[in-house]
Each structure stands twice: as C-alpha cells, then as structure tokens.
Design a protein around this ligand. Structure first.
Ligand code: BYC
Length: 328
C-alpha cells in the first residue's frame, strides 16, 4: 500500500510548484501585480522578456528616424524640442531594458540579439523621414498609436513593466502634441507646406496602423498575454480605437485621411478601416522594409563606437568597488 501511495502522490517539488501556480493565478485573477521576486511560470517570464525587450529596442531604434532631422529642424525652438524628444526615447529604452533585466536577462544579451539582427523591434521605424513634415507625422501618428497601445500596458500584470509604462505614457503625450502642432502649422501655411504635411501623413498613416500588430486571427501571442493580463485589449481593438481617435484630428488639421474605404458603422458607433497591406507588414518584419538594413547598421556602428564608454564606466565602477572595500 505504502509503495502505491509513493507513486500516486505528487513529489514535494511538484506540490510546491502547484502551490506557487495557484498563488500566481490568484494574483492575476485579483488584478494585482507580479513582482520580480514572485514565482512565475516560465512562459510568463519568457513572454515578458520577449515583449519588453522588443519594446525597448523599438525605443532605441526609434531614435534614428527623428535624429535625422535634429541638425535640420527649422528653428532653434524646434531643434530644442526635437532633441528633448529623442532623448526621451533613449530614456524609455533604458526604463524598459531595466524592467526586462528584473526577469533574469542581461542588457548585454538583449543588445547582442538586436545588433545580430535576431531581435524584433517595431516595424514603424523601418521607414524613412525625407521631409520635416515626417517629424510631425511621427509625433502625431506614431506617438499617438504608441499612447493608444501603451496606456492599457500601464495596467500590465508585471509590476516593473506597468510602472515603466506610466512614466513613458506621460512623455508620449507631449510627443504626440508636438507632432500635431508641427503638422497644424504646416497644414495652415502655404499650399506647398500643406502638401508637405499631407504627403507625410500619407506615408505614415498605414504603417502606424500596423504598429498594433497582426490582425487578431493571426496573432499567436494575444490570447495568452491577455489571459495573463499583460495585454488588456486585442491588436484589432486598439487599432480600431486609434482610427476613431484620428478621424476628428484629421478634421482639425484640415488634412485628408489616406484610407478611402474608411466608413462609420452606425450599428457599433465605430470607424471601420479599409484593408491593410499585410504583405508589406510581413516584408518589413522579415527585414525587407525600406530602412531595415540601415537602421541595424547604424545601431551596430553606434554600439562599436560606444565600446570605450562602456569599458571606462565598468573600470570606474570597479575602482569604486575597490575603494569601498578599502574604506570599510
Ligand atoms: N513590428 O502575436 P502578436 C515608440 C511581432 S516605440 C514588429 O500579435 P504580441 C516610439 C510580435 O512581436 C513603441 N513586430 O504579438 C519610439 C510577434 O513576434 P514574436 C513600440 C511586430 O506581442 C521612438 C509577432 O509579430 N511599442 O512608441 O501579442 C520614437 C506576432 O504578433 C509588430 C511596443 O513595443 C510590429 N508592429 O503583440 C517614437 C508596444 N507587431 O515575438 C515612438 C509593446 C507584432 O512572436 N508591445 N509583431 O517573434 C506590444 O504591445 C505587443 O508586443 C504588440 C504585438 C502589440 C506589438
């Protein structure tokens, strides 16, 4: 009998894990937060590392299209604002890398994956910024889409991610306003300036809708991430919400929405988009977007050029530690 019991009862380790799993499930069900020292399922941990590191990479790569205009911004004021915005993006990358580090991955591992071309970052940053109006379009549409996607992430079940998002979203609101204001000025300037604004919006509108990810039926990670309360809404729900937000803003700007099939659905009270070009989305994700190669090249070069700074910082930290030991 005793022999049989030994075989049917769960081992102490398995029992402990089951207990931890129940505790984890209860925290998620109660809408409370998982913190770094809490037990968590391995897939929850790896999915968070995946999403947060991709998000961090997007912020860092996302500095490039706008940095392209810092030296050519049309006035001192515009230059100062743009520098502040690009610096904010670097800060967002740092908060997010730090949040990912609490899950047991190092910053070096994440960076190596990025520069080896093995990590994803947002598709949106693989497009060019040929005119000043593109900076307005990025602020208005790209940061606008980011806010729409990221406000619900402030309630993500993983504490360090949610808290980083609160700070990031505050800064994104300023970014979105500055973009809107650039476009507003252009759209209310000369006919040539208005055309510049319209062309930029035509370039960025569809890619900004693709930031929300594939449609729900082609989104392998959504269901699990929503069950874990990392994501609160589906990709299509957020995309549709964003389209609805853009409609009155297009009117205020006096610009045309490039979606000629956009229609208002009386039954649901929502705006419904025309079809997105998912072939273009897949091509960008596969590394064949207009600027994929140059974005990674630039990141790689910046990483190599910055090696001496990392070495100097590490040496300084080593000296500080030695100094502390001597003092003690
Ligand atoms: N681009 O199952 P799905 C910013 C990938 S930066 C590239 O729906 P999930 C700013 C996806 O990762 C803002 N890849 O995934 C910065 C997955 O690949 P893996 C960036 C995409 O995670 C500077 C696969 O496709 N925002 O605002 O449930 C200047 C299947 O997708 C994209 C964030 O990162 C894409 N657009 O949902 C200015 C937000 N879409 O990992 C502005 C945080 C999907 O299976 N992230 N993929 O190989 C998220 O909210 C979610 O990760 C996503 C995707 C909605 C993006």
């Amino acid at each position: 009998m005793g022999h049989t019991t030994a075989h049917t009862q769960a081992s102490p380790d398995a029992q402990a894990t089951e207990h931890e799993q129940q505790r984890f499930d209860a925290i998620i069900a109660a809408d409370q937060r998982i913190e770094p020292r809490d037990w968590m399922p391995e897939q929850y941990r790896s999915s968070l590392i995946r999403q947060i590191s991709q998000h961090a990479h997007s912020e860092i790569i996302g500095m490039q299209p706008e940095a392209n205009w810092i030296s050519r911004a049309p006035s001192l004021k515009r230059k100062a604002i743009l520098i502040a915005k690009v610096q904010d993006e670097a800060g967002h990358g740092l908060y997010l890398y730090s949040a990912a580090q609490t899950l047991g991955i190092t910053r070096e591992e994440m960076t190596q994956k990025l520069i080896d071309g093995k990590a994803r970052y947002s598709s949106i940053f693989n497009y060019h910024t040929p005119t000043w109006a593109d900076i307005g379009a990025i602020g208005w549409l790209v940061d606008g889409a980011a806010i729409c996607n990221q406000v619900p992430l402030c309630r993500a079940s993983y504490g360090p991610y949610g808290r980083a998002m609160v700070r990031i979203c505050k800064e994104e609101s300023f970014h979105q306003r500055q973009g809107f204001e650039i476009l507003y000025e252009l759209a209310h300037g000369t006919a040539e300036q208005k055309q510049l604004a319209q062309d930029a919006v035509d370039r960025w509108y569809w890619p900004s809708l693709m930031m929300f990810g594939p449609s729900d039926d082609a989104s392998p990670n959504s269901a699990r991430s929503m069950a874990w309360k990392i994501k609160r809404f589906s990709n299509d729900e957020l995309r549709q919400r964003f389209v609805g937000m853009c409609v009155p803003q297009f009117e205020a700007l006096g610009l045309e929405c490039p979606d000629k099939d956009l229609r208002f659905d009386e039954a649901t009270g929502t705006w419904i988009s025309g079809p997105l070009d998912w072939d273009e989305f897949r091509a960008v994700l596969d590394g064949r977007g207009p600027a994929n190669t140059e974005r990674l090249e630039h990141r790689r070069t910046a990483h190599e050029d910055g090696a001496w700074v990392r070495e100097a910082a590490a040496e300084y930290a080593r000296k500080q530690r030695r100094g502390e030991r001597v003092a003690a």
